[in-house]
Design a protein around this ligand. Structure first.
Ligand SMILES: [Zn+2]
Length: 341
């Protein structure tokens, strides 16, 4: 778990949204019998994981909107583009689409979910007046077009206060946004990585916490979101990625996990459960680098926040972490996140 623009960018470019079908399809040719049921199942497996990530990401980003330094209007809708699959024609047939764009997920509790119209795999023909199929797709596994589609949705929300989405069946839905912390949550089709690059949280589908109960899984998502809302990537760019600096920002991100959980309606102590369960089983080899504290130390730092959060919640019902995590960077560039009152 680290904050690294280079790492996230590299991972995205290589595998994001390419993987769900690339493995089964690359082994097949069009001349052999194609098992569409298997392809559908592979896509559904990826979509189930994405739904989980988007549900948790939405809850965290929405619940903490009052405290994040930058918020954006959002509706909680993720699209899918057949061009991002290894074999678009097979994916299109497996899902039953004529064009390339369809609903991937509507995050639980989001305006898109409340609209009721955004059902998984429902084909989309227009985003406001624009047909995303008109954009040229690159070669197979082109994920750029999907990024454009989401950028376009965000632009409509910012400029017009909402978006009308047209479905292939001729009906449409108008959705108005709410404010969330400015981070996109993206599922990577393979790998165990969890990274943040300042604007995105990217989690590999094989990250072990996907198997945990929701509040505990939310621990890893909150850790990565913490890097973004605390501006860690930019700070490291400015001050250097020394071992000492990385260890400090990791500790700070860990300490913010239970605060983010509390505002999202999760039990903040799930952050300790996450670090204990994940750390004791998976962090051993990783920690030989010693850029991070040991998982048991990290769990201890997280646990130390719980009584402070309980007090904040008792006086006002919110876990206001803004003062508690105020960053003061002195001219020498040392990181000093001052514990507040
Ligand atoms: Zn981290």
């Amino acid at each position: 778990m680290r904050a690294s623009r280079a790492a996230a960018g590299g991972l995205i470019g290589a595998t994001l949204l390419a993987a769900p079908l690339s493995a089964p399809l690359s082994a097949q040719s069009y001349s052999s019998a194609i098992d569409y049921a298997a392809e559908r199942a592979a896509i559904a497996h990826y979509q189930d994981a994405d739904q989980r990530l988007q549900d948790v990401g939405w809850q965290l980003a929405r619940g903490n909107a009052g405290f994040c330094p930058r918020v954006v209007p959002a509706i909680g809708l993720q699209l899918q583009d057949m061009a991002s699959y290894g074999a678009p024609a097979i994916a299109r047939t497996a899902i039953g689409l004529a064009g390339d764009f369809a609903v991937q997920t509507a995050a639980r509790g989001s305006p898109a979910a409340q609209a009721g119209a955004f059902v998984r795999n429902r084909e989309i023909a227009r985003l406001e007046r624009l047909d995303p199929n008109q954009w040229p797709a690159g070669k197979a596994m082109d994920w750029q077009r999907l990024v454009w589609a989401h950028d376009h949705i965000d632009a409509m929300l910012t400029e017009h206060g909402g978006i009308t989405v047209g479905f292939a069946d001729g009906s449409e839905a108008r959705v108005r946004p709410v404010e969330v912390c400015a981070t996109r949550f993206e599922l990577m089709g393979e790998g165990k990585a969890a990274v943040a690059d300042g604007a995105r949280v990217v989690i590999g589908i094989d990250f072990p916490a996907f198997a945990y109960e929701e509040a505990v899984f939310a621990g890893v998502v909150a850790h990565e979101l913490a890097h973004n809302v605390l501006g860690h990537d930019a700070w490291l760019d400015q001050n250097g990625r020394s071992r000492r600096h990385v260890r400090r920002i990791e500790r700070e991100a860990d300490r913010l996990i239970p605060w983010l959980l509390a505002n999202a309606g999760y039990d903040p102590s799930a952050a300790v459960t996450f670090m204990t369960r994940w750390g004791s089983q998976h962090a051993a080899g990783f920690l030989t680098v010693r850029k991070h504290d040991g998982w048991d130390e990290r769990a201890g730092f997280i646990a130390a926040e719980l009584p402070i959060i309980a007090e904040a919640m008792a006086h006002g019902g919110r876990a206001d972490w803004v003062k508690h995590f105020r960053r003061e960077i002195d001219p020498a560039g040392s990181l000093a996140a001052k514990p507040g009152k």
